[in-house]
Ligand binder design. Structure first.
Ligand code: SF4
Length: 116
């Protein structure tokens, strides 16, 4: 059985053959602007960077067993009388006992309670 022209049109229409094609577009994905390093806030400063210290200065830190995270919640640089707030590069804290930065969460065996 041969199909006539009308039958062919019905079959094509039924499968969507005559339907206009719609283009799907995707919105461009916006990427956040990057903050140039020179304008980044000081909070991102690495206060564990010892690259400016001599080997002898690093040994002084090791001699008092300075660590960047205290194992005693009651004793840390933040409540030690020897911590010097913001005296180092990039606003990092220092310690009266040795050169270089310390962080408030740090500790060493010379910790001494800060006066209230
Ligand atoms: S003496 Fe030790 S605990 Fe105190 S600020 Fe210096 S490194 Fe931190």
């Amino acid at each position: 059985m041969a199909l006539g022209a009308a039958s062919t049109s019905i079959l094509v229409a039924a499968c969507g053959g005559d339907a206009p094609k719609t283009e799907t577009t995707t919105a461009p994905v916006e990427t956040p602007e990057e903050v140039p390093a020179e304008t980044a806030p000081a909070a991102t400063a690495d206060c564990n960077d010892l690259s400016g210290l001599t080997e002898a200065e690093i040994k002084q830190r090791e001699a008092v067993a300075y660590v960047t995270v205290s194992t005693d919640a009651e004793k840390n640089c933040g409540n030690c009388r020897f911590m010097q707030e913001g005296t180092q590069a990039n606003g990092c804290n220092g310690c009266q006992l040795f050169k270089g930065p310390v962080v408030p969460e740090g500790n060493c065996k010379s910790w001494f309670k800060k006066d209230a």
